[in-house]
Design a protein around this ligand. Structure first.
Ligand code: PBG
Length: 323
């Protein structure tokens, strides 16, 4: 036998030398849920270890992450029901606690990258990403609201905006609105291949943002399709996206690989809430080794072609390997 592939696996030094995939903390984005009350700290029952934090906790969390090399954060607002309405008007209210938190975080950590969420669901009494009329999710009417929300987030100091709504034409519409308001340097990280997934459940618990009626299948993509992801990617690229995202991650590695091949933009993969909770729950029961499973999942996502990974495990991972 001349070829013995096991020779290249025979010691830790050799395995290190032939290893193809690495994850540096600069490639990770840590999601943070922001609550209104400044000192809030509420653990999300379906996501042990992840909290809704008031600005005080947000600043501590950013500091802890920066110490281990994570510099990028994607932030989501946990909006009280009393501030929700059918047109998501709180999303661009100058008193909005989320916008204020972004400004505070940027002034405390100017070197960080703060990425926002652009979609109506955290603010919508209907729990949908777009305007609802007689059970239908309106597209073009939603774009106007998304544009207002985007300009407000840019004004607050966000570095990159993350449209997660899946309305048609929103990347171009938002790009134009930002440029008109002179926010030419603010980037767009498009949730481009966002699937109608059941793995968002724990996130909807965190924000109490589940749809009041119906589902999101008329705007989020069918898990059975990949051609559609390529079509969305082409459109978003032409409309001026700076990053393309695939979401969820581990169940859509083929889509990550496809997008990486067809585009020169950085490809982002979002390891979503359900992916976190699944590994965590099995780890807690002793059915899986939590840390080893976490690392294997992140490596696989990177190996498939993701340049950047959004992960609720980002802090834990970086603390383990870079702390
Ligand atoms: C909604 C949004 C969702 C997530 C990010 N933005 C959920 C949804 O579409 O209902 C999910 C993220 C996660 O599950 O971690 N605009």
């Amino acid at each position: 036998m001349r070829n013995r592939p096991r020779r290249n696996r025979s010691s830790s030094a050799i395995r290190g030398m032939v290893r193809e995939t690495f994850i540096h903390p600069s490639k990770l984005i840590y999601p943070i849920f922001i609550a209104q009350e400044r000192s809030a700290r509420e653990e999300i029952p379906s996501m042990p270890g992840i909290y809704r934090l008031g600005i005080e906790g947000v600043l501590e969390e950013i500091q802890a992450c920066m110490q281990v090399g994570i510099q990028s954060f994607i932030v989501f607002p946990a909006v009280p029901d009393s501030l929700k309405d059918p047109v998501a008007s709180y999303s661009y209210d100058p008193d909005n606690f989320y916008l204020k938190a972004i400004s505070e975080a940027k002034s405390a950590f100017p070197q960080s990258c703060i990425i926002t969420d652009v979609a109506m669901d955290p603010y919508s009494s209907d729990g949908h990403d777009g305007l609802v009329q007689a059970g239908e999710i309106l597209n073009d009417e939603t774009l106007e609201i998304l544009a207002k929300m985007s300009v407000a987030q840019a004004q607050a100091g966000a570095d990159v905006l993350g449209p997660s709504d899946m309305m048609d034409g929103r990347i171009g519409y938002i790009r134009d609105a930002l440029d008109q308001a002179e926010f030419k340097k603010v980037g767009l990280m498009s949730y481009c291949a966002k699937y109608a997934s059941s793995f968002y459940g724990p996130f909807r618990d965190a924000l109490e943002s589940a749809p009041k009626e119906g589902d999101k299948k008329t705007y989020q993509m069918d898990p059975a399709n990949s051609g559609e992801a390529l079509r969305e990617a082409e459109l978003d690229e032409a409309e001026g996206a700076d990053y393309l995202m695939v979401k969820p991650a581990l169940l859509y590695l083929d889509v990550i690989a496809l997008l990486k091949e067809m585009s020169n933009l950085p490809i982002v993969a979002y390891q979503v809430s359900g992916e976190y909770s699944m590994i965590h729950a099995a780890g807690q029961r002793g059915w899986l080794d939590l840390e080893a499973s976490m690392e294997e999942a992140l490596l696989s996502i990177r190996r498939a072609g993701a340049d950047i990974i959004i992960s609720y495990y980002a802090k834990k991972f970086a603390q383990k390997y870079w702390g």
